[in-house]
Design a protein around this ligand. Sequence first.
Ligand code: PEP
Ligand code: MG
Length: 755
Amino acid sequence: MRAAGARELLRRLHDVMAARTPVQAKLDQVAELIADALESEVASIYLLRDGMLELFATRGLKQEAVHVTRLAFGQGLVGTIAESRAPLNLAEASQHPRFAYRPETGEESFHSFAGVPIIRRETSVGVLAVQHAQPRDYDEVEIEALQTVAMVLAELIAAAGLLDDRTAGNGRAAREAVSFRLQGLKLVDGQARGIAVFHRPRMVITNTVADDADVERDRLASAFVRMREEIDAMVSRAEFAGPGDHDDILETYKMFAFDEGWARRINSGIDSGLTAEAAIEAVSQAQRIKLSSAPDPYLRERLHDLDDLSNRLIRIVSGKLGTAAELGLSADTILIARNLGPAELLEYDRRFLQGVALEEGSLTAHMTILARAMGLPVIGRLKDLREQIAEGEPLLLDASGGGLFVRPAQAVVSNYEAQAALRAKKQAGFQAIRHLPAQTLDGTRIQLMMNAGLRSDLPALDLTNADGIGLFRTEFQFLVSATLPRKGRQIALYRDVLKAAGDKPVIFRSVDIGGDKAVPYMVDPDSPEENPAMGWRALRLSLERPGLMAAQARALLEASVGQTLNLMFPMVGEPWEFDAARAIVEDRRLRLQQAGIPHATGIRYGAMLEVPALVEVLDELLPKLDFISIGTNDLTQFLLAADRGNPKLADRYDWLARGVLRYLARVVTEAHAAGVSVSVCGEMGGRPTEALALLAIGVNRLSITPAAIGPVKAMIRSTTLAPLQAQMAGWLKTPGANIRALLLAAASEQQIILD
Ligand code: PEP
Ligand code: MG
């Protein structure tokens, strides 16, 4: 359907609905208009009444079916569309598994079927469907035309009083004034208490059909200018945890805001007769549907950013500004939203923001990465959240268990308060030993370093007084960027890290991308991986893309002027891989030398031990190394063949399994005998009991998450190591020994602080 045709259809729809005729007559005419415009034999309008989708009007199906055919959400094709809020486009309707034949409609003579949801306030309130006798696929333009019509219909139906807002899938009626708990997914750990503040009740567009397309185009153009200014201002605002990281994140945001393709699509909506607001919403709805079915989770996240921007643009264009951030927070707040973009989160006054609860959200979303950097607990995937709670309700968010308590009972609040007091007390205890060395009671000094990956992690170095950064995950910068970070950005980050560390050592790890840390610009869409953790990732990927590795090496070398660069490679599988990686770095060093460009005075090389077979060739590898770092997250999952991310295998993924500890003990002994320093940089080292086991097998360097430095230091300072090492040696040789139980008993005897 050409733009002029679409415009004409919208106009006529508008006229029909504005006329002083009975509602039923209007809907009948609308069905006629749509069928004519789309040259379809059938056009039907289903509307939600008393929780069922009822056929309200049709051209082409039997009239006896009107107000008789009724389908529940999820039932038949119409119910499926309403439930999923996504269109269906079928050449042969009866082959769809949800097809439910309704004899009263006489629809057996029609084969093809296309339907779109009629959505209001993000809820399906009906379905608009067309059918043809001949099997055919509807093209994208036709589906988009149907969506546009459905959007206008939603407004017109509401204006005609045909929509009872209470019937619009609102689960709130079921809600009693009792407390209840919603289960979601922990995105950022922590606990928080506050009142529910809705980020933004979604704007309801009340004017969809435009009088003058030129006026709408101008409104849109000025809104784009204003939005781009706002984004630029946000990028340059320095109030975020540390300057820099959000530049990378907002880069994606900017990419969309300045994307001419997006503006063009909105303008073509305006050409077809929509107001600027309606055209933005139409494009956004189409995107939302696309994103929810995108196979790549990273891509899905990026499209959330686009959704975030659409909302912002609608608010600007309609002059109806006012997110909760703009209105200003005044009390402890748990922010409620379907999803949040990174820039939206940055607009909030951090002093009042205690936590975030989302209907969507994921661990890899930019917003999640930001919230983690800000120390803000977040729960995601809370289904129908905004339907179940109301603005201003008291909430208690317990991210560790993924639970959101609504109007929490007194017992829950008391429990929370007791836990908070305990945490504060413990925290104060850790602060008190901040300046004391991580040394056992019998004098063994343990190097206690921290893991980092973002600029915003750097202040933790000072707060925890860690001995350095034992693992800097350089891939984080790649993960939060829309494109490969340029050399300048890489150098700037590495310089900032080294500056923050001062005299303390920093061990950089070359990028570990691929697998679950996929970045869109490096993904090979033609070869999805069945076992990404054992797939094309880390050093394997880097060696196949030597340009990437060389560029990173150069950035690291240039950032390390006047000092030694500590560099390790992830997932080394065989010694030759280490040699190949080292050769790339050495080649870069030589070139910098020849070009007279200042760079590091020396390089200390290390390898991550994560691939089990490497241990069988340590005799060959160790002489080449200055240090080795054991990545117990990956190594354990490979040793025990138990996926580190699978909650069902949590018991099997046991760091204290005798097999794992014996294996680690062997590595430590061999490395120390060869004069190579060993550290453990996996999560294992951040748990006091597991860290105690590591000490007992001879590990004296740990690199752990900053929050664990206090608890692990408290453990170290309360341990007498020598007898424990002797005990451990015995346990490892004892068949059937339950090391965890033995260790806990020994710790209790020694009064070692384990939490
Ligand atoms: C590990 O595998 O233990 C490790 C530290 O690397 P990552 O968690 O980044 O895979
Ligand atoms: Mg790893």
